[in-house]
Design a protein. Sequence first.
Length: 405
Amino acid sequence: MPSLMADAARDRNRWPAVSTEVVEWIPTIPAELLSRAQRVRYRGPYRAAVVPHIASVTAHLPAETSSLVAEASAVITRFDADLGRELAPFAAILLRSESTSSSQIENLSSGAKQIALAELGSREKRNATQIVGNVAAMTAAIDLADDLDTSAILSMHHALMEHTDPEIAGRWRDDQVWIGGSSIGPHDADFVAPTAEHVPELMADLITFAHRTDIAPLALTALAHAQFETIHPFPDGNGRTGRALIQSMLRANGLTQNVTVPVSAGLLVDTRGYFAALDAYRSGDPSLIIETLSHAALSAVANGLQLVADLRLVRENWGNRVRARQGSGAQRLLDILLRQPVVDRQTTAVELGISPDNADRAIQPLVDAGILHEFTGFSRNRMWHAAEVTDALDEFAARAARRGG
């Protein structure tokens, strides 16, 4: 009897695991386009996830997990408070860095210069354009943190996808999606998400869970993220939207108030471990994803502090090199370059509140000081690049990738 009672207690304390259901497969690719082997392999029923509701599930965490959550939460709030005291453009820099790292997890990488060009409207590099979409999604996530509901999630996804896949932007999926395997069918996938008809109810349940107050905020955020990735509510962009949700919940729960902690750069430290933690969550172990996000936050803060230190040094050196009066357009442009390291005359004029005809008066002293370099070679529509800033941003990304290696 004692053994049966202990087993029952353990069952009550377990996080609910994902189960599966048999679903009939309706091919989406005409049979004549497939080989005979493919037609045989991708026919008949498959198994899709049955995702449990979690709105009222109690999370029982080991003491060491709770301790790690407390440590990481304190580091996040201290990082946010320390940077929040400065009148510097680090909020925009860190948000872009988080967006870049989140995209890199999906194997979407681009140099900082190309991303800056995409922010000015260039569509030459698709990866850079998609990363800029992720910046928009992260911005929407933070702006909507106080009103986090299913509409907010849809808005994040719309901001992410509107310039690259507008036909799916901001809409729940209506088809089956899966991770791994072949694009032909889900039969050999690593994970098959729940069928589309379950998405609205599961997302409503997730939003209810996200507003819980009886779970430590960082742990709550990790669990909500894992549940989101398990539901996989969109045809594409689930990983990036799910990591935008992390930022929204960190802000909504007061762990951040001023800046974006680049948690995705911390997840890049060990992407294999990150995906394994999501698998463990689906198997009924919530601790690993909470520990993974906590370690990612600690790593992200260390990397973010190094980026801030590098950019402070760049800005200090610039101040010593520019021969222009305090408060002049050239001096004010220096701070703008930290968050917008590629500029043209129009951007400079808008940022400084001057006419485009006067933009050269701000730009030329920085060219003379070797801070800005014109790289188009055009006589019109010229653009200038602050290489020291993009070098620092690229090194931030490289540190996360090296740690991950």
